[in-house]
Design a protein around this ligand. Structure first.
Ligand code: PAF
Length: 281
């Protein structure tokens, strides 16, 4: 497995693979890999001849006061897991190289970032779209895989790839959950034992919503109110948002008609967790 730090070296390697007719599959991450990332790598392994993983904790997607400095790291462990998953190359740049002193170019979308996580994190998706564009220009993939847990991120990237005519297939990987239902996330590592238990309310809320819909409830406000109670009954929880919206435009919907995204973000202690599910009437 190649470990590459330099942007130019990564570009040259990818160019050579392309010229050799190989299909490049790419999984961008911020490291501290878990089973969710492993499933994206498996998907990538099936889709490409050359599988590339990037590990970069991207400063531009964190706002002041967020967890950039605290973000968990485990490079040695990540490299071991990557090797096991059959990764061909890991791209590990540093921030000084990705954002030079005179850095001044950003990619931002007009509409999709105005919903869900974008409301409490107004600069987040600009940072994500920018770094993903840069990584695409460096890794030159044919196909890239992103987790569906970050549903809005996936929507933003699909839109960006379409709008900017990037010739890259974007694949969504299903949410991977712990045995008890908690969606896998690097940030789960921040949770105390009590918080870890409280955090299950995200998954319970999704299940509860699905049951209500199955029983014929279709007013989204009724479902949201009922799940709000589940979350607020748990210690150390603070709801950021509970939203039922169109899975493509992300605009909120008053009724469940057609597939509807139920997305939620909840702070458990200081840890902000997200989850989602598509509800079908
Ligand atoms: O989902 C993530 O881990 C990050 O947002 C990404 C896509 C690697 C960009 O930094």
């Amino acid at each position: 497995m190649d470990i590459i730090n330099k942007i130019g070296e990564m570009q040259a390697r990818s160019e050579a693979r392309r010229l050799a007719g190989e299909k490049i599959a790419f999984v961008p991450t911020m490291g501290f890999l878990h089973q969710g990332h492993m499933s994206l790598l498996k998907e990538g392994r099936n889709r490409g001849d050359d599988l590339i993983l990037s590990i970069f904790v991207n400063p531009t997607q964190f706002a002041q006061g967020e967890d950039l400095d605290a973000y968990p790291k485990s490079i040695e462990r990540d490299l071991g897991l990557a090797e096991k998953e059959g990764v061909d190359a890991v791209f590990l740049p540093d921030a000084a190289q990705m954002y030079g002193e005179n850095y001044q170019t950003y990619v931002s979308l007009e509409k999709l970032p105005n919903y869900l996580c974008g409301i409490s994190r107004p600069t987040h998706f600009r940072g994500v779209a920018t770094v993903v564009t840069k990584l695409f220009n460096i890794v030159k993939p044919h196909v890239a895989i992103f987790g569906e847990k970050d549903f809005q991120q996936l929507a933003v990237i699909r839109q960006m790839v379409c709008d900017l005519n990037m010739d890259i297939d974007i694949i969504g990987g299903a949410i991977v959950r712990e045995k008890d239902g908690l969606a896998m996330s690097s940030r789960n590592a921040y949770l105390s034992q009590v918080q870890r238990q409280s955090a299950l309310c995200l998954f319970y809320s999704l299940q509860h919503a699905r049951k209500l819909v199955k029983n014929g409830v279709n007013e989204t406000e009724v479902i949201i109110q009922s799940t709000r109670e589940i979350i607020e009954s748990q210690p150390e929880t603070c709801i950021d948002y509970l939203m039922m919206c169109d899975p493509v435009s992300l605009e909120s919907k008053p009724m469940i008609q057609g597939p509807t995204l139920f997305a939620l973000a909840v702070k458990v202690g200081n840890t902000r967790l997200i989850d989602n599910m598509i509800l079908e009437p």
